[in-house]
Design a binder for this molecule. Sequence first.
Ligand code: NAD
Length: 293
Amino acid sequence: QLERVGFIGLGNMGYHMAKNLITAGYKVTVHDIVDRQIKTWILMISSNDNTMKKFSEKGVPTKETPCQVAESSDVIITMLPTSSNVLDVYFGQNGLIESQNHLSPWLFIDSSTVDPQTSRKISMSISKCHLKEKKGYVEKPIMLDAPVSGGVPAAEAGTLTFMAAKICNNLAMAISMIGVSEAFALGQNLGIRASTLTNIFNSSSARCWSSDTYNPVPGVMPGVPSSRNYDGGFASKLMAKDLGLAITSAAEVGLESPLTSKAHNIYKRLCEKGYDSKDFSCVFRHYYSGKDE
Ligand code: NAD
């Protein structure tokens, strides 16, 4: 019998991940704060944008709080923006383990990109808890820090890579995206078409994920955020957050990380200019092309 899965955080990534679990036959229960935000701030969001509604219309149970999700789940998956969101879901009012010592789920998987301290704090708290009902295979609940790579396309296709080294991955990805964008800006200014430069890169030593899978130049590649006004995808504010986590971790081990600091400043600047929710590949348009429309 398949596990009952509770999924919390139905944004760009979580929406597709939860949908794939449902398609694979898991009994999924979902929760997102978006409903509460709509009620509280009376945002001008059409009902189509209400992600919880999209699930409930398909007959998927939706819950008001993380605590309620936990009560009806064997496994919990969280896919939330920041460390503080994750801590809120775990320890906040009506959270997953708020003041509870006996838990229904035996496995807690956090796939958000967060700092190591947050993961350790949750893992420690969970290790002190007990299972409400003993499951055959485990004695106590377990927590997995399991961030993902591959972006929205991989979330949709069910091909995400789960790892424990996410901050290092995103540090390299940010710098390579900036490098590719800088090279394309130079190439275009020298009169080389972006599509020509892409073909050259992708059959030579500059080839990388930012050039062959997630190209930042609008119109070069179909289906990527740059070809839809940088909407969806991986928000610049999340990249700024991850680079901040990388800088803190590097400082903790006494490592100099000059390019990480530079990349962090570039993404912070994009956020200050109002592109915080645009995909991080917008660094090409809004940092290098000087277009602030
Ligand atoms: P997102 O902002 O699109 O979605 C996050 C969702 O969490 C939103 O629907 C939000 O309403 C919900 N949420 C926030 N606080 C909540 C709370 N307290 N309780 C319940 N729901 C809450 O973010 P995303 O792009 O889906 O990214 C999620 C995580 O995955 C981040 O940590 C990000 O760094 C990481 N990540 C993203 C990508 C990507 O390409 N988007 C790729 C790999 C990893």
